[in-house]
Design a protein around this ligand. Structure first.
Ligand SMILES: Nc1ncnc2c1ncn2[C@@H]1O[C@H](COP(=O)(O)OP(=O)(O)OP(=O)(O)O)[C@@H](O)[C@H]1O
Ligand SMILES: [Mg+2]
Length: 427
């Protein structure tokens, strides 16, 4: 959908909204998929790491049990051999009463595991494993297994395994989250950049189309105005010729004056039109704002009775075409005075920053009604009986042609309007 804005600028909200929605949906779906996939993987890795510890412990326990079941003199040595695996931190066999009968650290044999809940566990006899912390501060996995030796009471086989390998897998899985986080940030950054590029592309395209349309309208208007001006020249010349030959008392004199006044009005309108529609060439150079403001004031406000305050700053210089900027200032001053009538307060100021200079023409008139604001810069929009409504349209065209910006708004603190012109700072 293509809408034409109040300033003749094309808007494509439909395309932008559609692109944004699709992009946002894509980003949301892909982010959710990545997050879900990573969460599932992490859980699977964690389960796998725990299961692998449990399986190792179970395998070692059953091997130790079958070695003990086989009995004989070499049984204990064989069990020690099995339990000397690198993953085993320590292992022990204890009687029901907790007396240690076998330990990977021989000095512990004869000691006792005094532990609450041991009797309860022996009654249920269920194998179980849990994570513990060793006295050295290292994490470990404790596995309790009920041993059945032929002809004897059940005994406790406790295996404590190092968890280094499983923990490494888990920390790798945790690191995955950082990588996924980085990928997501990158994905969203690319998405946002794409959105900006697309919006910019649409804006530039709209500008190009608008310029082309305006150029076509300009050509047509220029041709038409030219023809009208030529024809008008003959009418005016003939009316003046007749007027000079008619006596003052002649009643025809009144009619001739009306014809002459009408032709002059059409002439000024056609001149404005020609000025607005012609293809501009800019002779940009450093222009002293103070000098131009004083000249424009002398031309537009010399007989005005209101208060004037000029504050263009010391040596404020802009990059502009002096003739075009003079016309823009003149129209701004004329508009301000026309809005105030005979009396009021007119303030013209200029403030430079590093890049640009802001010129403000402020008046104490009635300001602009809300409904007028969108149409201010539209060609031929005027609220004046004798206005052509081309002043601001021409100003916008030329200020933008000089790489500047222009805006007309109501003043914030007091009544009245302010015309703001931003132009490149020449300093
Ligand atoms: N300072 C202001 N205060 C209030 N309204 C303003 C002011 N400046 C402009 N306007 C409004 O904006 C309209 C358009 O201004 P613009 O300069 O384009 O045309 P114009 O002054 O009506 O005619 P032209 O400049 O062609 O003689 C004006 O008719 C007026 O309604
Ligand atoms: Mg005007």
């Amino acid at each position: 959908m293509v809408n034409i804005g109040p300033n003749g600028r094309k808007k494509r909200p439909g395309a932008v909204v559609l692109f944004r929605s699709i992009l946002f949906l894509f980003l949301l779906l892909s982010s959710s998929a990545i997050l879900y996939g990573t969460a599932v993987n992490t859980r699977a890795v964690r389960d796998l790491a725990e299961t692998s510890m449990e399986s190792t412990a179970l395998a070692l326990s059953t091997s130790a049990e079958s070695a003990l079941r086989s009995g004989g003199n070499r049984a204990e040595g064989e069990v020690r051999n099995i339990l000397s695996d690198r993953v085993v931190a320590y292992a022990m066999v204890a009687r029901k009463d907790g007396t240690i009968v076998l330990h990977t650290n021989p000095s512990m044999v004869g000691g006792n595991i005094r532990e609450a809940g041991l009797g309860e566990w022996l009654r249920t006899g269920k194998t179980f494993g849990r994570r513990i912390m060793l006295g050295t501060g290292l994490p470990a996995y404790e596995f309790n297994y009920l041993l059945h030796r032929p002809g004897g009471d059940p005994e406790i086989l406790r295996l404590v395994l190092h968890t280094t390998r499983a923990d490494r897998i888990l920390s790798d899985a945790r690191r995955m989250w950082w990588i996924v986080g980085g990928v997501l940030v990158l994905l969203w950054a690319v998405g946002i950049a794409l959105d900006r590029v697309f919006a910019r592309h649409l804006r530039l395209q709209a500008q190009v189309e608008r310029r082309e349309r305006l150029a076509l309208i300009g050509q047509m208007t220029a041709t038409l105005s030219h023809e009208i001006r030529n024809a008008l020249g003959s009418i005016k010349g003939y009316a003046q010729w007749v007027d000079e030959r008619v006596e003052t008392a002649d009643p025809k004199k009144k009619g001739l004056a009306a014809v002459l006044q009408g032709t002059m009005r059409i002439e000024s309108l056609v001149n404005d039109l020609l000025l607005f529609s012609r293809e501009e060439t800019y002779s940009v150079q450093p222009v002293d704002v103070g000098v131009l403001v004083h000249e424009s004031m002398a031309g537009e406000a010399s007989g005005w009775k209101g208060e004037v305050e000029l504050d263009p700053g010391e040596g404020t210089v802009v990059s502009a075409d002096p003739e075009k900027l003079r016309r823009v200032l003149a129209n701004g001053i004329r508009n301000a005075i026309q809005s105030m009538g005979d009396r009021g307060h007119l303030r013209i100021s200029a403030r430079p920053d590093d890049r640009r200079v802001e010129i403000r023409i402020e008046d104490s008139g009635p300001g602009i009604p809300e409904s007028e604001i969108p149409r201010l810069f539209t060609p031929f929009h005027t609220t004046k009986a004798d206005g052509t409504g081309l002043g601001l349209a021409y100003s916008k065209k030329t200020v933008e042609g000089m790489n500047g910006e222009i805006d007309l708004a109501n003043r914030q603190e007091t009544a009245g309007a302010v015309l703001t012109i931003l132009l490149p700072n020449a300093r």
